[in-house]
Design a protein around this ligand. Structure first.
Ligand SMILES: [Zn+2]
Length: 419
């Protein structure tokens, strides 16, 4: 039994078991280009089957909710208490890495096993949630499972269609879900005590600074824009420079401006032009039209607004100078999600219990925690990503760091259980 104060000398993570499960999951859907467990794929289903088996072996009851989330549950000693939830995802981006999401899920299951090894039953029930399609590679709808749990589905989720024309409605049953009952996936705040997620940092701060543990202060906001530049396609050999309406020349200036807005000007934390469609995309034709995807990310919403103002101002200037038409359309505005001081302190205390140095940092990537934070207090623990590499096969976190993160997750659960 845990006590109401710091449960020192309590359950310990089995690092060998944790890392062995992580390695086994890392073999499922791996090819020479990386991890291929894109949500709803055969490999994703294999990965889900593996972690479901681990949950059962750890003594948990396992169910699939209508969003296809896998929910393992271990009862607490006090049936009147709400559940402490640990979660993450096992889907990957195409050619992704072994640790993104997977660590949080495997560590959550290890926490339950470690408690059982130590003969320790928390007062609260513990639920491990494996969320469907966190990455959003399939159906272009991300955080699909966690947003269903938080009751945050949008009309576009219900109508989602994959690139191959298959609907989400027809696909969800493949993993045990049912879109017509999606409302039943929603959890009421009174059913949950809090949500804790361990994740790799996916950035360089911890690795560079030599910190084993990161306490996440908030999850970044993100604004996405579609920029449509219309000039005039014409002969690349006969059209004088002064008469051109070159959409590519304008696009290049906007791409550099996005870099400058986040970089030199420091209006927001990061800015990226990640996609560009060039028409007609022929070497001997002046591009008549370029469509580009722009995104900005920051933890402060006012910084994102300021970046948008700069982007629109630049677009006007460039349109005038290049004699093209530029339309900037705001596509998505994902608000930043702050983590409360209380929940940050919980993670800092949990790291302290394990004797691990920690540093506070924002999350530059999105996570299931940002959806679940809408219905229950959420916290996140980060561990170092070597060289900050993620969403790539070179993604790596050392076994010791993974075990440290899992121990902090376990300690945080025990501290929350004692409150
Ligand atoms: Zn992830």
């Amino acid at each position: 039994m845990s006590t109401s104060s710091a449960p020192t000398g309590s359950a310990a993570i089995n690092s060998v078991r944790l890392n062995s499960h992580l390695t086994t999951l890392g073999q499922i859907g791996r090819d020479e280009f990386g991890m291929q467990r894109v949500a709803f794929s055969r490999h994703d289903v294999d990965g889900r089957d593996y972690v479901s088996g681990l949950m059962r072996a750890a003594g948990m009851s396992v169910r699939i909710d209508p969003a296809g989330n896998i929910i393992g549950r271990s009862e607490g000693s006090d049936p009147s208490l709400p559940a402490i939830v640990l979660g993450s995802h096992t889907d990957t981006v195409p050619s992704g890495g072994q640790y993104d999401g997977a660590l949080g899920v495997i560590a959550a299951i290890e926490v339950v096993e470690a408690l059982r090894d130590g003969g320790q039953t928390p007062r609260h029930p513990v639920e491990v949630m494996v969320f469907t399609n966190e990455e959003g590679t399939s159906f272009h709808r991300w955080l699909l499972g966690s947003r269903a749990v938080a009751g945050l589905w949008e009309a576009e989720d219900f109508a989602a269609v994959a690139d191959d024309g298959v609907t989400l409605t027809d696909t969800l049953p493949d993993i045990g879900g049912n879109i017509s009952r999606i409302a039943d996936a929603r959890r009421r705040p009174e059913e949950l005590a809090c949500y804790l997620e361990l994740h790799i940092e996916q950035g360089p701060t911890l690795h560079r600074g030599g910190f084993p543990i990161g306490v996440v202060t908030g999850i970044t906001g993100r604004s996405v824009y579609h920029v449509d530049i219309v000039g005039e396609a014409n002969h690349a050999g006969t059209t004088p420079m002064s008469l051109r309406r070159d959409a590519m020349s304008a696009a290049a200036q906007i791409a550099l401006a996005v870099r400058r807005i986040a970089g030199e000007m420091e209006v927001c934390r990061v800015g990226t032009v990640g996609s560009m469609d060039v028409h007609p995309n022929a070497g001997n034709v002046i591009p008549g039209r370029v469509q580009m995807g722009v995104e900005f990310r920051d933890e402060r919403m006012e910084s994102l607004s300021a970046a948008e103002v700069e982007l629109r101002r630049t677009a006007e200037e460039v349109a005038h100078a290049e004699n093209v038409n530029i339309t900037v359309t705001a596509q998505r505005n994902t608000p930043s999600v702050p983590i409360s001081n209380n929940m940050q302190q919980l993670i800092a205390d949990a790291a302290g219990m394990a004797g691990l140095e920690q540093v506070s940092l924002p999350s530059g990537a999105g996570h299931d925690a940002q959806a679940i934070a809408a219905i229950t207090p959420a916290a996140m623990v980060f561990v170092p990503s070597v060289n900050g590499i993620s969403h790539a096969p070179a993604e790596y976190s050392a076994p010791e760091d993974c075990a440290n993160g899992a121990q902090v997750l376990l300690n945080a659960l025990l501290l929350a259980d004692g409150r």
